[in-house]
Design a protein around this ligand. Structure first.
Ligand code: FAD
Ligand code: DLZ
Ligand code: SF4
Length: 509
């Protein structure tokens, strides 16, 4: 008889799971489930589904090769009932285990579902902590408790101390500073050469999944092929090595740059691997720290990268679990406009948005500044309902799971939490985009024009946003100068800004 049925979810594809450590190959069964509901509760990008199902199938095979008994329910199995509840119930009938064991899920929605299983199925359910994360839920709560502001920077220092990453023997940060961002954020300049992320040719398993997704999810956003993501731990490690050799030294310098014909620049393109379990976040950071110690990468690159993972990634997860479920419904500005259609079609004359959406459609990837300062910024200043923005980001990126996507979107990008994550909204005019990218050169709009039919829409919409939300933002010390600039502007110019914004929203969107 099966002692434990070990459920492994689609974003837990690692041996670094407590239930596997404690499990017994001779008496336990591993359960993995491809279910329609997970692929459609938001209509995930086709490439994201291929990536996850193929990675799940490869992981199941690897466990079998190690001697585990794996019960794998594929999406096209005749009896598959299409959701976790029904499929777990069926598996319990098949195996009649003493208990169900699993690692905690990443998403609140799934956690609630699992919480109902002991009663619903009359079986003990052991839910173990996810040790891929550096901070436990209690540790984050302990840090957050009683603090007025939950700034990432302070939490990050705690994580640096905890991991010892980039800390010297005296317990001080390498280079005498915690953060080297002032050396980053360079605009792209002159002739630059760019590496290409590792592209893996689909094997027979991946090809089978591509065919399945093509048949079952043809109405989902995004191009199915060419599909080049790795789907195993070995692929992911190779991709990470390619990044280290070819891109890491320049990662910091050009972290915020954007170029129309360069989709990846010096970014790692590994978030989908980390989030699904194919790469371990702490191992990744240790590797980067070792590269710095060996003198192969500058400190600004190593620190900048490590901060994204042990800082931002851990921090947003902490915020998510601290604030859910209420977090999902936050809407500080009361924004209610619908997400424009061009977020799905890329059919817009704004070159920056066209490029970001086209790339998202083709690659299920956009880098951070495209997400924050192009698609996010536009939705923010236009006044789109943050829930719609959230659902878009959750659907379209291969790395998107609610625990990481929601705080980044609703908090960092849309300021819908009223400033829990960021001290001011990431709203900008076209000037920032022009400085950091080459998009404006090929745009029907003129970034230098502030008002009128040819003005870059970001220019009037920026002011429209600031004025529309003035009551809510007035007390923000970081925005005082901006409002003073507005107040000094002559009324004709102010009126022209707001009229241009209105015309654009009424006629173009
Ligand atoms: P790099 O730029 O090379 O960074 C290295 C790694 O740092 C990433 O692989 C990632 O693991 C981590 N990282 C960097 N920034 C963040 C961050 N803000 N939060 C968490 N981890 C971070 N990231 C996701 O993993 N999933 C999401 O669903 C997601 N949604 C986002 C939505 C918005 C609106 C914004 C502004 C950002 C979002 N991010 C998300 C963060 C970031 O954009 C991606 O992690 C990054 O673009 C992934 O590409 P990369 O691997 O090339 O990252
Ligand atoms: C994202 C996703 C998709 C598309 N499909 C599955 C699936 O069929 N089976 C599965 O176990 N997990 C899937 N996932 C990942 C889950 O949505 C993820 O594990 C939960 O959101 C919990 O974080
Ligand atoms: Fe985007 Fe404005 Fe530049 Fe056009 S001019 S690419 S809309 S920022």
């Amino acid at each position: 008889m099966t002692k434990s049925l070990i459920l492994i979810l689609g974003d837990q594809l690692t041996r670094n799971l407590k239930p596997l450590d404690l499990g017994d190959k001779s008496s336990d069964v591993v359960l993995m489930l491809e279910v329609q509901e997970e692929a459609t509760y938001v209509k995930h990008h086709k490439k994201k589904i291929v990536f996850l199902f193929s990675a799940m199938r490869h992981f199941a095979k690897a466990l079998e090769n190690e001697g585990w008994d794996v019960d794998y329910v594929a999406l096209d199995d005749q009896e598959n009932l299409g959701n976790f509840n029904d499929e777990v119930r069926r598996a319990l009938d098949r195996h009649t285990p003493e208990r169900l064991v699993m690692t905690e899920p990443g998403e609140f929605r799934v956690r609630e579902m699992i919480n109902s299983w002991p009663d619903a199925f009359g079986i003990p359910v052991d839910i173990m902590a996810d040790h891929r994360f550096i901070a436990s839920h209690d540790e984050f709560r302990g840090w957050a408790d009683g603090r007025k502001q939950l700034r990432m920077e302070y939490f990050y220092r705690l994580m640096r101390r905890k991991t010892g990453l980039l800390m010297n023997n005296e317990g001080e940060p390498e280079g005498g500073k915690w953060n080297f961002d002032s050396e980053n954020r360079k605009p792209p300049k002159g002739e630059m050469s760019f590496p290409t992320p590792l592209k893996v040719k689909p094997d027979a398993i991946t090809q089978e999944v591509i065919n399945l997704v093509g048949e079952r999810f043809s109405d989902h956003f995004g191009d199915l092929e060419p599909f080049w993501f790795g789907v195993t731990e070995a692929d992911a490690k190779k991709a990470f090595d390619v990044f280290i050799d070819a891109a890491l030294p320049k990662f910091g310098d050009y972290q915020d740059a954007m170029l129309e014909d360069q989709r990846f620049l010096y970014h790692a393109v590994i978030s989908h691997y980390i989030n699904a379990g194919l790469l371990n976040p702490l191992d990744v950071c240790q590797h980067i720290a070792d590269e710095y110690t060996a003198g192969r990468v500058p400190l600004n690159a190593a620190e900048g990268f490590i901060r994204q993972i042990i800082g931002w990634r851990e921090y947003v997860r902490g915020i998510y679990w601290l604030k859910m479920p209420g977090y999902l419904d936050q809407n500080f500005f009361g924004a209610s406009k619908s997400l424009p259609d061009f977020y799905w079609t890329a059919d817009t004359q704004m070159a920056c948005l066209r490029a970001a959406v086209t790339q998202t459609k083709e690659e299920a990837y956009a880098h951070h500044i495209q997400r924050l300062m192009i698609t996010g910024n536009f939705a923010l200043i236009m006044g789109v309902d943050p829930k719609q923005v959230h659902e878009w980001y959750l659907a379209v990126y291969a790395d998107a799971y609610e625990w990481v996507e929601l705080p980044n979107t609703l908090g960092m990008s849309q300021f819908a939490d009223g400033g829990l994550l960021g001290s001011k909204p990431y709203a900008s005019s076209g000037n920032y985009i022009n400085k950091m990218s080459n998009y404006c050169k090929n745009c029907r709009y003129d970034v230098k024009q502030k008002t009128g039919d040819d003005a870059c829409p970001f220019n009037p919409l920026y002011w429209d946003f600031m004025i529309r939300n003035r009551k809510k933002l007035n007390g923000n010390p970081r925005l005082g100068q901006i409002y003073r600039n507005w107040d000094r502007m002559d009324i004709v110019k102010q009126t022209a800004y707001l009229a241009t914004a209105k015309k654009f929203l009424d006629e173009i969107i």
